[in-house]
Ligand binder design. Sequence first.
Ligand SMILES: *Cc1c(COP(=O)(O)O)cnc(C)c1O
Length: 474
Amino acid sequence: MDLSKTENGQPASTLRNIPAVEALLNRELLRELAARFGRQVVLEAARSALDRLRQQIRVDPEAGFSMESLESEIAASAETAAKPSLIPVINATGVILHTNLGRAPLARAALDHLVEAASQYSNLEYDLESGTRGKRDVHTSRLFGRLTGAEAALVVNNNAAAVFLALNSLAEGAEVIVSRGELVEIGGSFRIPDICAKSGATLREVGTTNRTRIADYAAAITDSTRLILRVHPSNFRIVGFTERPSLHELAELAGKRGLVLMEDLGSGCLVNLAPFGLHDEMPAVESLRAGAHVITFSGDKLLGGPQAGMVLGKRDLVAKIRKNPLFRAFRVDKLTIAAIEATVALYLREDYAAIPAQRMIRASREEIAARAERLAKRLGALAGFEVTLVDGESVAGGGSTPGQILPTRLIAVTHRSRSAQNLAEELRRNRPPVIVRMEDGHLLLDLRTVLDDAQEAEIARAFTQLAATAQCAE
Ligand SMILES: *Cc1c(COP(=O)(O)O)cnc(C)c1O
């Protein structure tokens, strides 16, 4: 009888030699790890390391193990587990408001104000004049009023919440007229018909996908109609034989029939961006001037601020939305208010260069070409790589209309033995990860969205490492 095996044939001795998790945790190195990462993290790492070891011994009874290798395995996984999983990445795609990459990076001034306001007590809801309770909206209303002429403003969690809350407050149980050309889906799950239904309003579709006339709106109005909704088609564009009434015409109709005219501006820019190539974005002030009673837009799209949804417009309508009990569920915290306040203040100062999203939109092709040339030279000198510069296009992204393009200069990279796919994968594994653009199997870098020299240097470093490992592999 083989005493070294248990009944089911397992090597009793090796399995028996595996330390108990408690004993393992009492070892010097693991105690140090627990002090750094917390006992829970180290305990979990130790348990799964031991599980893996047992599994291994069951498969290969002769497999040995050393305390040192066990410890270093635990240390490595504890370190990984203790690290945040939300980490900065370098966006070399040229998509400025890349929703998957966090949309707009914040301005320095916004970050500073956020830290200042959030690390201490603040007058978030406290009126310093009277010493009594105040409203958190006053901080942002003041600035939006000055910038757009809006009578009142509210901030909620995002534009989806803004649209929902406005429809729920202003049109619950009533009819809302929307053009069939504007019944869009944005991103994963924001669909105008769904939002409308959830808000308790009944959607009344008018016109056709490509053409809707003012007469279509007029004919659809009944006693139950409360609101006309205009929606920015965002990531969707109808071209060719198209028609829709101007906002002005809609305002006239709404005024005549006693209806609310609401516009979901989507990206919502605060300044005219047509000179930079973005022709389809109506600045908030224009929409209000044309006669929209309520407008909504995102904080982290073209505005370049934090995730938020703005509701601007007539005092009585905004007050009605503010009174909705759901406002409480959608309101933003002091971090967001601080970041918006500081970002909007930069617009008031016309300091667009200080807002990353605005700076990227305004960067000229020549400016980007100069940077691309510099980086291409560094990458081209690396063994195995071939680097060329090609003309291309950046996009605003984040639901801005397609077809509005920003001319750019791209770095196209190929490697003699590795596929573009493989290179892209390796670059994602870099820390910080470098996210590139893939087009027809080609790897492209668009420096429009690469924030600064430090990020360019980081890209060069990532490629240098790639060149070294590729050479070893060959
Ligand atoms: C992006 C967008 C939304 C959703 O905005 P979020 O801030 O992402 O919630 C709603 N409507 C339009 C027209 C949009 O473009």
